[in-house]
Design a protein around this ligand. Structure first.
Ligand code: NAD
Length: 338
């Protein structure tokens, strides 16, 4: 039985394909290469020795999605990564985000609903919590009004899946709420390759250090945190990828509690922006050019996960440290630019 990975050439998707193949799953990737490149397939093959099946099309084309599931009738599960993810762009082009992140989800669920049994994993985000009232954040923390159309697509996406699972008992689904994925595969065959200016801290750091960006802006140093900079839960992308395999296998083996579940996927450790910079300087032996600027609207002060549900129910725990993840991101950046 096949596992479909939408967005499987992207950052988190490609690492998950590797872990799926390492665990013996047959993978079919769907990607339109809007934010990735076909070269990623070679990286996956170099690591695992197996080239996944690849179908290049846009999931916004409903007829292509329908046609895909007719041709691949032996699909046991779907891990749905494909989405647009730039928060700022989503504010400027909300309809693009609602179409790409919501319509594609609906088309896939419509096809899965037709099957006698199917497992579905959704890429959600800790942005659904906004600034949580209590730290660390448990899955029971209230979902706060979204700060952007992108964030809203994750909240709406979760609601669509929950409502669909209520009426389709043969459909089993898990939403994984990612904290902050960083790093690259230790082989440096695959990693994060942002198109244009990176939206996230770690690729911005590595691109600054390699000379692609002049300076890193640190948004605010007067937050009520020990060093005044914002705190996030940075998780190594390989740990995150492994969480998908564990979640999928939970569904495939009917070990789920109810047909819709939600899990936080983080390390449980909060790190400040300055701690991330220090970790990078240690890993690279370089001094980073950065400056403190004003806070950014919409940024939360601190967010880190309570991981006990994922640890206890999924049997999954992050194993890499911040230093490991940062070092792998730096190795990858140097390889890409060499
Ligand atoms: N990276 C993060 O910090 C983060 C955090 C929380 C949640 N997420 C979510 O995780 C998922 C994966 O994120 P990522 O960082 O790997 O992003 P990414 O952009 O690297 O990967 C997404 C992939 O989906 C493909 N894609 C997009 N729209 C498509 C469409 N209509 N049809 C076919 N393919 C399409 C892109 O080409 C890309 O390869 C996304 O849903 C994202 O919102 C990411």
């Amino acid at each position: 039985m096949k596992i479909v990975v939408t967005g499987g050439l992207g950052f988190i998707g490609s690492h998950t394909v590797v872990e799926l193949q390492n665990n013996g799953h047959e993978v079919v990737i769907i990607d339109n290469c809007s934010n990735s490149s076909k070269e990623v397939l070679q990286g996956i093959t170099n690591i695992t020795g197996v080239t996944p099946i690849f179908e290049e099309f846009d999931l916004r084309e409903k007829s292509s999605v329908q046609d895909f599931f007719i041709r691949h009738h032996d699909v046991a599960g779907v891990i749905h990564f494909a989405a647009s993810k730039a928060v700022g762009e989503s504010v400027k082009e909300p309809l693009l985000y609602y179409e790409n992140n919501i319509a594609t989800l609906i088309y896939i669920l419509q096809e899965l609903q037709k099957k006698s049994e199917a497992s579905f994993i959704f890429s959600s985000s800790c942005t659904v919590y906004g600034q949580a009232d209590e730290l660390p954040i448990t899955e029971n923390a209230p979902v706060k009004p979204a700060e952007s159309p992108y964030g809203n697509t994750k909240q709406i996406g979760e609601e669509i899946i929950r409502d669909t699972c209520k009426i389709a008992s043969h459909l089993k689904a898990i939403s994984l709420r990612y904290f902050n994925p960083i790093g690259a595969h230790p082989s440096a065959e695959i990693g994060e390759l942002p198109i244009g200016v990176p939206q996230n801290l770690v690729p911005f750091i590595t691109q600054t250090a390699i000379g692609l960006r002049e300076q890193l802006s640190v948004f605010g140093d007067t937050y009520p945190t020990p060093d005044g900079t914002a705190i996030r839960d940075y998780i190594h992308v390989v740990d995150l990828a492994k969480a998908h395999v564990v979640a999928l296998e939970r569904l495939l083996t009917d070990n789920n509690k109810g047909n819709y579940e939600v899990f936080n996927v983080g390390t449980g450790v909060g790190s400040s922006v300055l701690e991330v910079i220090t970790s990078f300087e240690k890993a690279s032996n370089k001094s980073l050019n950065y400056k403190i600027v004003d806070k950014r609207e919409g940024d939360v002060i601190a967010a880190y996960a309570d991981t006990s549900k994922a640890n206890d129910d999924l049997g999954w725990k992050a194993s890499s440290s911040l230093d490991d993840a940062i070092a792998s991101a730096w190795t990858w950046e140097q390889k890409v630019r060499s």
